[in-house]
Design a protein around this ligand. Structure first.
Ligand SMILES: Nc1ncnc2c1ncn2[C@@H]1O[C@H](COP(=O)(O)OP(=O)(O)O)[C@@H](O)[C@H]1O
Ligand SMILES: [Mg+2]
Length: 354
């Protein structure tokens, strides 16, 4: 039995996934075992760090905007964390999704501050967040993926025909996605060049770099949870069902009842084993740590295609990641504790080789 750990639970953030992060953090706060003593701090949409009392209120209310939460806020995360004195904490749980949270930036800050933290380090976070870098790493090891091309905003502005040309051999329909975002924000589906131009314009509003890829037509969406350890463990796959004709866009992700999570997915054993092995490959290829959810398409012929890896997946009690681990025999409160202990163990290991 380990002694009590004091953990700073960092949540909210400036990305489009602010509310999702608040919901994840509220779940963690409610379910953490007694040994994990949490101090939540919410990063408001405008970047301020709310006071401990306002942070608890924001988690209770599921929102953080408005004067009610502004009292005693620090002007930014850097100032706030310096004032909070990170040395008081055994670890930080940066439960932030998307840019400025899941992408290595906050991880770099915590690394410089010298405090252990849950989840992937700078490299793993950044590599997994950037869909172009991620796809290249997967390709380097021959992981199955849909065919894709990267495109750059300036190159497209200078020579749109050149960008269309380089994507010419991709079949229709296609998906166009900002390289560094999440929650399906800025993503479009295109059936022809005209729709692709519109989708590119939209994606380039969100990011300098975008991905154009072939749609996995008629595919099922299946996800595997990876929990770090010696060796890392992959859960059985779960499936996401969205109504016919739709894809897993923002509304289907976060509207209660708009999509269905099936845990475990009904798949042949051999395919489930293959998906678990691919999930572990993906985890190692981006140098992830702690936790990750690896998302797949299973095409109508039963072939697995890796879609993406998320290093800070949705983490409410009913989100796919915790549900998959529950199915793998790790209940939610224990999962929280294991992630914190893994962060401390990784830090001890890093100290030992310095
Ligand atoms: N190539 C594809 N084929 C079919 N559906 C796709 C494809 N790419 C994305 N989608 C749909 O869009 C959703 C969001 O895309 P994804 O790449 O997972 O971005 P995000 O990082 O925003 O979750 C997927 O869950 C899926 O429903
Ligand atoms: Mg996704």
């Amino acid at each position: 039995m380990t002694s009590a750990r004091t953990v700073l639970l960092l949540c909210g953030g400036r990305s489009g996934e602010h509310e999702v992060s608040l919901a994840s953090a509220a779940s963690v706060l409610e379910a953490a075992p007694e040994r994990i003593v949490l101090e939540p701090r919410v990063i408001a949409r405008d970047g301020r760090l709310l006071s401990p009392a306002a942070s608890r209120a924001a988690l209770r209310d599921g929102r953080s905007d408005g004067d009610a939460y502004a009292a005693d806020a620090d002007p930014d995360v850097l100032t706030g964390l310096a004032r909070a004195d990170l040395r008081r904490f055994d670890a930080v749980f940066p439960l932030l999704h998307g840019p400025n949270g899941e992408d290595g930036t906050v991880q770099g800050l915590l690394r410089v501050a010298g405090v252990p933290f849950v989840g992937s380090d700078v490299l793993g976070s950044a590599a997994a967040m950037d869909k172009i870098v991620m796809k290249r790493l997967f390709a380097s090891a021959g992981l199955p993926q849909v065919p894709w091309r990267g495109a750059d905003r300036n190159a497209y502005a200078a020579d749109p025909e050149g960008v269309r040309d380089r994507a010419r051999d991709l079949p229709w329909p296609r998906f166009v996605k900002p390289a560094n975002l999440g929650s399906s924000v800025g993503i479009g589906r295109a059936r022809d060049e005209a729709e692709q131009d519109a989708a590119l314009a939209e994606a380039f509003r969100h990011d300098r770099r975008v991905v154009i890829e072939a749609a996995a037509e008629g595919a099922r969406e299946v996800e595997v949870a990876v929990l770090d350890g010696r060796p890392p463990h992959a859960s059985p796959p779960g499936e996401i069902r969205v109504p016919d004709g739709a894809y897993y866009d923002y509304a289907h992700k976060y509207t209660e009842g708009a999509s269905e999570l099936l845990v475990p997915a009904q798949l042949p054993d051999r395919l489930a084993d293959e998906l678990r092995a691919l999930a572990l490959d993906a985890f190692r290829l981006v140098d992830a740590a702690g936790l990750a959810r690896v998302d797949f398409f299973v095409d109508p012929a039963g072939r697995a295609l890796v879609n993406e890896i998320n290093t800070l997946p949705g983490f409410t009690r009913t989100s796919m990641y915790p549900r998959l681990l529950q199915a793998a025999g790790v209940p939610y409160p224990e999962l929280i504790e294991r992630l914190v202990e893994a962060a401390l163990a990784r830090r001890a290991e890093a100290d030992a080789v310095r």
